[in-house]
Design a binder for this molecule. Sequence first.
Ligand code: SAH
Ligand code: SF4
Length: 358
Amino acid sequence: MKKIIQDYIKEELAQEIQPSFRAKQIYNWVYHKHADSFEEMANLPKSMRSELAEQFELHPLVQVSKQESRDGSIKYLFRLHDGHTVEAVLLLMKEVQYHEDGTLKHHRRYTVCISSQVGCKVGCAFCLTAKGGFIRNLSAGEIVDQVLEIYKDQGIPSNHRVNLVYMGMGEPLDNLDNVAKAVKIFSDMDGMSISPNRQTISTSGLSSKIERLGKMDLGINLAISLHAVDDELRERLMPINKAYNIASIMEAVRNFPVNQRKKVLFEYLVIKDVNDDLNAAKKLVKLLNGVKAKVNLIYFNPYPGTEFQRPEPEDMRKFQEYLLSKGVLCTIRESKGLDISAACGQLREQKLSEGVGR
Ligand code: SAH
Ligand code: SF4
């Protein structure tokens, strides 16, 4: 099988390819000019182009289908070379805006939500991805190509500022080496130049891996899927809590290198009558005492067959107000792409025989 060009950080590619300055040119073709073949890479010698084409593949992912949400978000289904599938979502955060004099205020703002594994081992009770079990890790190239394919599909220029969130299928820290590689490939200035401080890794709280990620000092943002403030409930919702309890997560967060102007994001999935009461909000404030934190409340997004329910907006608001009144930054996450099952926790592997691609 051919090697995948997007599996290589530039320094590795430079060792693989002689002379090494060619690595920079190839990066440019792949990530800036969105080349579809080695043949197009006009500033490489012809012999090199054919050698590359023999050894390497340019696109590990094939787009199977896409669905557009009423809010402008688009969910993509990609097929991997072994026939498995992953989903990624382009979230439209803000439309283009102009000043009154007609000058550009800002371009469209996008966030791309990407997958790191096919399925997930963690097995959270509320998550649809977990229902399909774990299939395998994605390679760095398979992670990177999700964004590249979306850029190409939408004609997003390579210098457009986008944010990346590792919040699709899978637990990124369970595939840390490949995810760390992807972070570096995305942020390479000869590539997509998506700065690490615009990339957020969300984890269910593998404390030892949070420590390892911290030591790598990649400059990324960290998000913790907390969802419960006592271990008993958290264990019920997230079995991983037996191995890594809340105290161990908080310890790992305290040791994590956070950019001066940034905070660690605590995601709190609110489920009706499970964790939506003010007592939980009070405990949360205590837990976050002394941590540079902000909280993102997430509405539970339902799917057929789930035992859980979406909370009342009124309870969400009360929860948020309590946190704000205690000086804890807190936002409520808009559920984007809900109508096309592209919202948090609604992504899953799809068997191609299920009739996708219509
Ligand atoms: N595995 C990582 C990242 C992927 S999940 C993690 O768990 O953090 C991204 C976010 O979606 C997590 O905060 C997760 O808890 C949340 N989520 C899972 N199922 C959900 C659902 N049904 N509704 C809303 N959010 C959900
Ligand atoms: Fe895995 Fe995250 Fe889903 Fe939990 S919420 S099962 S960690 S993808």
